[in-house]
Design a protein around this ligand. Structure first.
Ligand code: ZN
Length: 219
């Protein structure tokens, strides 16, 4: 229909007249330096996508993580929960269980992001936040605060990351059993090691952290 055709042409004209697109097209076409050279359809599409992308950010691809997520989702992982195993074994350096009350517990993270990285969990094997009872929520909150107080006294960190990865899609290593991370942070404690070497440098041994943490929960 003529009216539609006209407005379509108008819209196309408008798009090519966008100063950003015009600038990018001419910049990318510059190497050919032929007046008749026109950008290919693929190139102009990619320019459009780049211009539409809402926010620039860096992405680090870690395809090997997929195998790990698949593994923790497997049937074996469902049957053997390390947190329930630690609870059953009782507090010791071997189990990394520091403290437990009736509803919640404190466990040292076996693969710490930083010195003093602890996990706070319900004693019950539950992966759904909405299934927590009020008593469980209160115990978890109390142990979160107690852990922060202990770690502050032990390490004098500049800050903390405290949080939960809810579900495997959100990055939870063991999604079947809720666990809150408490990670002490110091200014400048992130360097190139975790990014390039896949290795986090933690200066204190787990055993020493465990021994230092125990007295704060035995009172
Ligand atoms: Zn469990």
């Amino acid at each position: 229909m003529p009216a539609q055709g006209k407005s379509k042409r108008k819209a196309q004209k408008k798009r090519t007249a966008s100063p950003q697109l015009k600038h990018k097209s001419s910049a990318s076409a510059r190497p050919s330096a032929r007046p008749s050279a026109r950008p290919s359809t693929a190139r102009s599409n990619s320019v459009k996508v780049a211009a539409q992308f809402p926010k620039r950010h860096d992405v680090l691809f870690k395809p090997e993580r997929k195998a790990y997520v698949r593994r923790v989702q497997s049937k074996d992982a469902l049957e053997a929960c390390v947190f329930c195993g630690a609870l059953e074994a009782g507090p010791s350096f071997d189990s990394l269980l520091v403290y437990r009350d009736h509803h919640a517990m404190v466990v040292l993270n076996k693969f710490p992001y930083n010195n003093g990285h602890v996990l706070i969990l319900p004693t019950r094997h539950v992966g759904d936040l909405l299934q927590l009872s009020e008593a469980e929520s209160r115990s978890i909150q109390a142990l979160l605060i107690k852990s922060v107080a202990a770690l502050k006294d032990m390490y004098s960190p500049s800050g903390f990351n405290i949080g939960i990865n809810l579900g495997a899609a959100a990055g939870a290593g063991i999604p079947q059993h809720l666990h809150w991370h408490v990670v002490p942070r110091w200014s400048g404690d992130t360097n190139f090691f975790p990014l390039l070497g896949g290795t986090k440098v933690v200066v204190e041994t787990l055993e020493l952290t465990y021994q230092r943490l125990l007295p704060y929960f035995s009172a």
